[in-house]
Design a binder for this molecule. Structure first.
Ligand SMILES: Nc1ncnc2c1ncn2[C@@H]1O[C@H](COP(=O)(O)OP(=O)(O)OP(=O)(O)O)[C@@H](O)[C@H]1O
Length: 365
């Protein structure tokens, strides 16, 4: 019986476990097949089966809170104007995706957040450790130290000792997942244990698409998955990944930030395909529309898009090749903020909103 894939700590009594095993009944069978048919297949009593089905259904039901119980908290990005544009910062208890092309600054933002998570709550931090799960290359510790060195510049009103982090690497757990199998194992089994043992405020997954692209058949020439079976497998895996991360983020009040890659988006003739086509409609949740000079599509498709609470896009600007790299940080969708483009720079201190934009956006800054 595969119940442990869905619910931790659910144990059938020996009699029912053996009956389900012998009859090859999966959790999905249990919840979808008529009780009478299950009765015949397993030789278990109907009322006992109904009781088990009710227990499993209850455990699988999303744990909802009423509005008065929900107190949304945020992790600071380290930039007050950026936090303001994001509706408070990076939401705790939710999944935030940062997508963008190679070199757009996804890893820079992720590393920056690993530092911010360690800050005291008075400065928008969570006073907790971060977990940095990478799928392609390890964490750049040198850059992490550089980002930490500049924290006092971000909080000029603070006493230096209050925001100084001597060894930022001490509270960043790094895990490398070179393939999908290790990624699934780490996220399903090792990450929950780390949460139980340590005070974790942020999980970064950099980047989510790499292992799926590498292991499921991918037709580069057409830039889409050709094998329908693989699409179904991938959808299932992505749903499970998001569900584990979401549960951990809610249970332990942590932020989860996932870097995602993008591929090129072809502009279409909407007169031909119609305004109700997915291609046309997806401009609003993909992040790039046809007016953008180099429109892109975030990887992993609609199933993944539906699992992410907030999507941010980092977009390179034409003059990107200057000392301080210029980018647009776009809020594509979010429960906390409206869609907006925020001009940002990447410099030694990390990602920040330049002063002229701060002055223009809010005279108080
Ligand atoms: N110390 C620094 N000073 C200024 N800019 C920097 C610094 N370090 C990195 N950058 C900028 O960040 C960019 C790299 O960003 P990053 O590695 O986060 O990209 P990415 O989106 O994660 O790319 P990939 O998907 O290839 O990993 C560089 O191109 C550069 O513009």
């Amino acid at each position: 019986m595969d119940i442990s894939n869905y619910v931790a700590n659910f144990h059938f009594d020996e009699k029912h476990a053996a009956a389900f095993e012998n009859a090859d009944v999966s959790t999905i069978d249990l919840l979808t097949i008529d009780v009478e048919d299950l009765e015949k297949r397993t030789n278990c009593k109907k009322d006992e089966l109904i009781q088990i089905i009710q227990q499993v259904t209850l455990l699988l039901r999303p744990k909802r809170k009423v509005a008065s119980q929900i107190k949304q908290s945020f992790l600071t990005t380290g930039d007050l104007v950026l936090d303001q544009k994001l509706g408070g910062g990076i939401p705790v208890g939710q999944l935030t995706e940062v997508c963008g092309e190679s070199g757009s600054g996804k890893s820079q933002l992720c590393m920056q957040l690993c530092i911010m998570a360690q800050l005291p709550r008075a400065f928008g931090g969570l006073n907790k450790a971060a977990v940095f799960i990478s799928t392609e290359s390890g964490l750049e510790t040198k850059r992490l130290f550089e980002l930490a060195k500049y924290i006092p510049d971000r909080f000029p009103e603070a006493e230096e000792g209050d925001v100084f982090i001597r060894n930022p690497g001490d509270r960043v757990y790094t895990i490398l997942c070179p393939d999908l199998e290790s990624q699934e194992h780490i996220i399903q089994y090792q990450l929950p244990i780390l949460f139980q043992r340590e005070s974790i405020g942020l999980v970064v997954l950099d980047s989510v698409a790499a292992n799926y692209r590498a292991e499921l058949k991918y037709n580069r020439s057409k830039s889409h998955y050709t094998d329908l079976n693989n699409i179904a497998i991938r959808g299932n895996q992505l749903g499970k990944l998001a569900s584990i991360l979401r549960d951990l983020s809610r249970q332990y009040e942590a932020a989860v930030v996932i870097a995602n890659q993008v591929s090129d988006r072809l502009t279409r003739d909407y007169d031909a395909i119609g305004l109700f086509s997915l291609d046309y409609q997806s401009q609003w949740f993909n992040g790039w529309d046809d007016l953008d000079p180099n429109p892109k599509i975030p990887s992993l498709g609609l199933v993944w898009t539906n699992n992410v609470n907030t999507r941010l896009a980092l977009i390179k600007r034409a003059d990107s090749a200057t000392v301080k790299a210029r980018r647009i940080l776009r809020v594509v969708y979010s429960p906390n903020a409206a869609r907006i483009d925020v001009p940002v720079l990447i410099g030694s201190m990390g990602i920040f909103v330049p002063k002229e934009e701060k002055d223009a956006s809010n005279p108080l800054f």
